[in-house]
Design a binder for this molecule. Structure first.
Ligand code: COA
Length: 154
């Protein structure tokens, strides 16, 4: 059952240090400075806080500046999982992306999270593609002639 005491806020205050703690609190590996870098280009984000103020949940909404928004970095502290908090975070992100004029909201996820994104949050499955750029050789190995196609190099 959703905990009614949790406060959800669109573009709520959230510091880089709080995001580091939240990543640690769900067992992830934090990257200090990540949120400070990302925040200025985000359409928005949703925070979930306990009445005392502690940040226990977060989701970010990236976008293309137009019709497409992208849900990313959904996180809930382990001690507060399975109480409907992430579902509420995503529902607020859906409302706000709609209000911002976006037509589509995308997300990708590992197979085991299909019950969360598809059943609890209402996403429908779709075909999608992915390249792991770090191992695809773009940065080190591609000939300049192919890079020019991407970056308009002379
Ligand atoms: C994934 C995550 C955000 C879910 O947060 P949550 O607040 O526990 O999710 P909810 O309570 O809203 O879940 C609603 C429903 O989604 C499904 N669900 C939630 N977490 C799930 C999981 N880990 N595996 C499978 N189904 C899950 C369940 O059906 C759940 O309902 P139930 O508790 O009645 O069974 C949380 O587990 C988390 O932070 N994980 C670590 C970070 C991560 O992997 N983020 C996703 C990046 S794509």
């Amino acid at each position: 059952m959703p905990d009614r005491a949790v406060e959800y806020r669109w573009r709520g205050e959230a510091s880089d240090a709080e995001l580091v703690s939240l990543v640690e609190a769900h067992g992830g590996r934090p990257e200090p400075g990540w949120w400070d870098r990302i925040r200025p280009v985000s359409l928005g984000w949703v925070t979930a806080r306990l009445p005392g103020g502690a940040l226990i949940g977060f989701v970010n909404v990236a976008w293309d500046g137009g019709d497409h928004a992208f849900l990313i970095d959904t996180k809930v502290a382990s001690a507060h999982q399975r109480q409907g908090i992430a579902t509420e975070l995503v529902a607020e992100a859906v409302r706000q992306a709609t209000a911002a004029g976006c037509e589509w909201l995308h997300v990708d996820f590992e197979d085991h999270l299909a019950p969360f994104y598809l059943s609890a949050c209402g996403f429908r499955p779709t075909a999608a593609g992915l390249i792991h750029l770090a191992s695809a050789g773009l940065s080190s190995g591609l000939p300049r002639s192919r890079l020019s196609h991407f970056w308009g190099l002379a």
